[in-house]
Design a protein around this ligand. Structure first.
Ligand SMILES: Nc1ncnc2c1ncn2[C@@H]1O[C@H](COP(=O)(O)OP(=O)(O)OP(=O)(O)O)[C@@H](O)[C@H]1O
Ligand SMILES: [Mg+2]
Length: 277
C-alpha cells in the first residue's frame, strides 16, 4: 500500500492498473490502465464491443476484474463493500451516470423524492430542502421540476435529474457511460455544457465513455482509445484527435460524418488497420 501511494502523485484521483476481464473466450477488457487527474476529464472511446462499459463497470464496482486494480486517491478500492458504511463510502468515491435514466429512476418517485432519498442516505443531518433546491439549480432544473415524475420530464431533463442525484453524494469521480448518446443533438450540447460547468465548479473528475469523438473533443482533456479490450492509443485529447498515431484511431476519426468525410481515406485507414496488429 505504501508503495502504491508513493507512486501516485497527489494530482491523480482515479487510477486503473492492468484491468482484465474475460467472458469465456472473449477478453472484454485486456490490460487496461489509465490515470485521471483530479478535476480532469478522461475520455474512453472505441467502437461497440471494445470494452468501454465493462471498464466502467469494473471502475464503479459493478463488475469484478479478473486482474488489476482500481485506485481512488491512491487507495485500492476493495472488491466488495463490507457493510453499509463501506458501501456508502464507496458510493461517495465514484458515481455512475448512464445512457438511459429511465432505467435508474423509479417511475413513481418525484425528482425531489429521488434527491431526498439519496441525501437521507448519505447526509442524514443536512437541511435537505435547501440542498435539493441547490442541486436543481446546479443542473438547470428550476424548483418547478421538483414535484415531477420521470415520465413527465423530457429525456434531457431526466438526464439532469440523474446528474443531480450523482452530484448529491459529492463524489470524487463521475463515470458517464454514453450519458448523452440518447439525446437530440441540441439537447446533447446543453447537457455537455452543463457537465463542463459542473466540473469547473466542483472539481469532480470525469471518466467519459462515448463512441462519439465530437463529444470527446468537447468535454475531455485526455483520451484513451480502446479496441477489442485493449488500449491502442492514449494521450491529450487535442493531440490524439489532431494527429492520431494508431490506424484504428484514424479509422474512428474518419468514420465521423462531417463535411470532409472522404471514403477513400476511410478505405486507406481500414487497409492500414488490417495490417496493424
Ligand atoms: N456480462 C457479459 N457476459 C458476456 N459477455 C459480455 C458481458 N459484458 C460484456 N460482454 C462482452 O464483452 C465485450 C465488451 O463489451 P462492452 O459492453 O464492454 O463494450 P462497449 O465498448 O461498451 O460497447 P458499446 O459501445 O456497444 O456499449 C463484448 O464482446 C461483449 O459482448
Ligand atoms: Mg457500452
Amino acid at each position: 500500500m505504501a508503495e502504491t501511494e508513493a507512486r501516485i502523485d497527489s494530482g491523480t484521483v482515479l487510477e486503473a492498473t492492468g484491468l482484465c476481464r474475460s467472458y469465456g473466450t472473449v477478453k472484454a477488457v485486456d490490460e487496461v490502465s489509465f490515470a485521471l487527474a483530479a478535476g480532469g476529464s478522461l475520455g474512453i472511446v472505441g467502437e461497440s464491443g471494445s470494452g468501454k462499459t465493462t471498464t466502467a463497470r469494473i471502475v464503479v464496482g459493478l463488475e469484478r476484474a479478473d486482474r488489476g486494480q482500481v485506485l481512488v486517491h491512491g487507495r485500492a478500492r476493495p472488491d466488495r463493500a463490507r457493510g453499509r458504511a463501506q458501501r456508502l463510502a464507496r458510493a461517495r468515491e465514484i458515481q455512475l451516470v448512464f445512457q438511459d435514466p429511465y432505467l435508474s429512476l423509479d417511475p413513481r418517485t418525484s425528482v425531489e423524492g429521488v434527491l431526498r432519498e439519496t441525501l437521507r442516505l448519505h447526509f442524514p443531518d443536512t437541511d435537505h430542502a435547501a440542498r435539493i433546491a441547490e442541486l436543481l439549480d446546479q443542473v438547470g432544473l428550476g424548483t418547478r421540476a421538483a414535484g415531477a415524475l420521470p415520465r413527465q420530464l423530457s429525456g434531457g431533463q431526466r438526464q439532469r435529474v440523474a446528474i443531480a442525484r450523482a452530484l448529491a453524494v459529492q463524489p470524487a469521480v463521475m463515470v458517464l457511460d454514453e450519458a448523452v448518446a440518447a439525446l437530440d443533438v441540441s439537447v446533447q450540447a446543453q447537457v455537455l455544457n452543463l457537465l463542463a460547468d459542473i466540473r469547473e465548479q466542483t472539481g469532480i473528475g470525469y471518466l467519459f465513455i462515448t463512441h462519439d469523438l465530437g463529444v470527446v473533443r468537447c468535454v475531455t482533456d485526455q483520451v484513451i482509445v480502446m479496441r477489442r479490450g485493449r488500449v491502442v492509443e492514449a494521450g491529450r485529447t487535442a493531440e490524439v484527435l489532431a494527429d492520431p498515431q494508431h490506424p484504428y484511431t484514424r479509422l474512428l476519426l474518419e468514420s465521423v460524418p462531417r463535411p470532409s468525410w472522404d471514403p477513400a481515406r476511410i478505405a486507406a485507414a481500414r487497409r492500414a488497420l488490417a495490417g496493424a496488429d
